[in-house]
Design a protein around this ligand. Structure first.
Ligand SMILES: C[S@@+](CC[C@H](N)C(=O)[O-])C[C@H]1O[C@@H](n2cnc3c(N)ncnc32)[C@H](O)[C@@H]1O
Length: 175
């Protein structure tokens, strides 16, 4: 049984359009609701969740204890702005995503986006999803600027109760 999952998280997970055997990276899981939902819907997924907060790591781990114990979920503490983090996360991933992790629009996070893109399989997608108080344009413009890196193709924007900006790693991407 899945616990209470906020609607933004449900919408974010739905738009990822995951395969049942996908490798998934989540940045900033907070309480771990997305991991719980994904692993309930897709028991064959391999999921890595990384959060800079020890509290979030503990909450995600506790909420998803069985999946951690059987190895389907790995929860790590780390800051996506740390240039060394990507090397510790495993991969490659089919999908990387974050929900309401503001660093991608509050400042230029091109280095972070490039490092995450390098962890994707060719054709893999990076999705940054936000529940905004209404100022979607500011968020979208900021995220687009962060995703404008050579490792990613053109960004697309989806408005579906949340605003999501995504880009794929091209099959002929550098790195
Ligand atoms: C607003 S909460 C959202 C939690 C969850 N994604 C949700 O939507 O319920 C943002 C989470 O991202 C984490 N976070 C923020 N910036 C981060 C960064 N630079 N690297 C890793 N985690 C980060 C925070 O610690 C927090 O757990």
């Amino acid at each position: 049984m899945v616990g209470a999952v906020p609607e933004r998280v449900q919408r974010a997970v739905a738009l990822l359009d995951l395969r049942g055997d996908a490798a998934v990276l989540e940045i900033g899981p907070g309480p771990g609701a997305a991991a719980e939902l994904v692993l309930a819907w897709h028991p064959g997924v391999r999921y890595v969740a990384v959060d800079r907060s020890a509290t979030a790591v503990a909450r995600t781990t506790a909420r998803n204890r069985a999946a951690v114990d059987d190895g389907r979920l790995v929860v790590r503490q780390g800051d996506v702005a740390d240039p060394g983090l990507a090397d510790t996360l495993g991969g490659p991933f089919d999908v990387a995503f974050a929900v309401n992790v503001n660093v991608f629009w509050t400042r230029s996070a091109r280095a972070e986006a490039g490092a995450l893109a390098a962890l994707l399989v060719p054709g893999g997608a990076l999705w940054l999803v936000y529940e905004t108080p209404g100022d979607d344009d500011r968020v979208v413009d900021g995220v687009r600027a962060s995703l404008a890196v050579p490792e990613l193709g053109e960004a697309v924007v989806v408005h579906d109760g949340v605003v999501a900006v995504g880009a794929r790693r091209p099959h002929d991407a550098p790195g």
